[in-house]
Design a binder for this molecule. Structure first.
Ligand SMILES: *Cc1c(COP(=O)(O)O)cnc(C)c1O
Length: 362
């Protein structure tokens, strides 16, 4: 047995060991073809099999209804920050954004280049430590869409319930929580997610989009940045990131073996519950960063009395085999990212490390 770290990295992040092993088995020769999947045409039967199976798996796992397209794009979620307004925000219209933290802020910054932006709600005054309540949202009726960030990876907050936006299209950045729980896709017009947190390695971005929203945009938009281009060609307009898509395929099969979205949600809640209980039950030694009603089950953020203690926690945790517990440099503190692929055992090990550390330093 190789030794595996207790990996709490925020992204790229832990992948299931079974998936890594399967990829290793198939790496040099893919299914009797005499070559690696990475050495073959994306127009050939073997790759196409993987490509369309990956879409099918995603459709099954998320119960994506008819009338939605699934796209495999490049450029990360960060490119979607621009592609969404480039394609959905026509001249003279405005778009609404919910400002919940670092990632929402980046999406807003890009969108401002393409039109008028209304902030439907912002939790900046609360240092982004919470998600706004649905009643706080002010969405202009004529907005082209409302954009929200389902899970703020850095702050550690997550929407518990999505707003019903009526006739206004809802757009969601689900980069750090897609498939962590069941999802009612039909509430959204467009969902996007970089793969490297919950779906696979970096290199591919998933877009799930209602077909009626896919139209050649009004202004001058480069061919590669039009959803219509990729939709028409089933994400094979140019060379797709074949390896990344193949890895997503394996991760989705693994997820299916775990029992799908409902089963993984139970496990995710158990993992998050163990950590939040350890934080809340520490008598103030550890303090949850996000407000309780906005806590993420993917990124558990917490603080200690002072930075010195936090530094010692990071250092000692690393010596004990834990990776990735230092908070994002913009906000400091500590963060345990517990995406789908992080085993329950890793979380249990972290909980006992936290208790032990508190005993020694409390
Ligand atoms: C990581 C992340 C991004 C950025 O993803 P890239 O693929 O690096 O562009 C965007 N939004 C959220 C919520 C993220 O967690």
């Amino acid at each position: 047995m190789e030794s595996r770290a207790y990996n709490f990295n925020a992204g790229p992040a832990a992948l299931p060991l079974e998936v890594l092993k399967r990829a290793q088995e198939q790496f040099v020769e893919f299914e009797g073809t005499g070559m690696s999947l990475m050495e073959m045409s994306h127009r050939g039967k073997s790759y196409e099999g993987v490509h369309f199976e990956t879409e099918k798996l995603l459709r099954e796992l998320l119960s994506i209804p008819d009338g939605y397209k699934v796209l495999f794009l490049q450029g990360g979620a960060s490119t979607q920050f621009a592609m969404v307004p480039m394609n959905l925000l026509s001249p003279g219209r405005k778009a609404a954004y919910v400002h919940t933290g670092a990632w929402a802020g980046k999406a807003i910054k890009e969108a401002k280049m393409f039109g008028e932006i209304a902030i439907a709600a912002s939790t900046e005054a609360d240092s982004f430590m919470r998600i706004p309540s649905l009643s706080e949202l002010k969405v202009p009726e004529d907005a082209a869409y409302l954009h929200l960030t389902s899970n703020e990876t850095i702050g550690g907050t997550q929407w518990q319930e999505y707003p019903d936006t009526g006739s206004v299209t809802l757009v969601g950045d689900m980069s750090s929580d897609i498939l962590c729980r069941p999802l009612n896709v039909s509430q959204f017009g467009l969902i996007y997610a970089g793969a490297q947190k919950n779906l696979g390695p970096s290199g591919v971005t998933i877009v799930i989009m209602r077909e009626d929203l896919i139209a050649p945009p009004a202004g001058a938009v480069p061919t590669m940045l039009q959803y219509a281009t990729h939709s028409k060609s089933d994400s094979l307009y140019n060379t797709p990131p074949t390896f990344a898509i193949y890895m997503v395929n394996l991760v989705l099969k693994w997820l299916q073996e775990q029992g799908g979205a409902e089963a993984i949600e139970r496990i995710n809640k158990e993992k998050a519950g163990l950590l939040y209980d350890a934080i809340d039950g520490s008598g103030g030694f550890y303090r949850g960063a996000a407000l309780a009603d906005s806590r993420s089950i993917m990124n558990v953020t917490f603080r200690m009395e002072n930075e010195e203690l936090e530094k010692r926690f990071v250092k000692e945790s690393e010596a004990a085999g834990f990776v990735g517990l230092k908070g994002h440099r913009d906000v400091g503190g500590l963060r345990a990212s517990i995406y789908n692929a992080v085993p329950l055992e890793s979380v249990k090990a972290l909980v006992s490390f936290m208790k032990d550390f508190k005993q020694r330093n409390g």
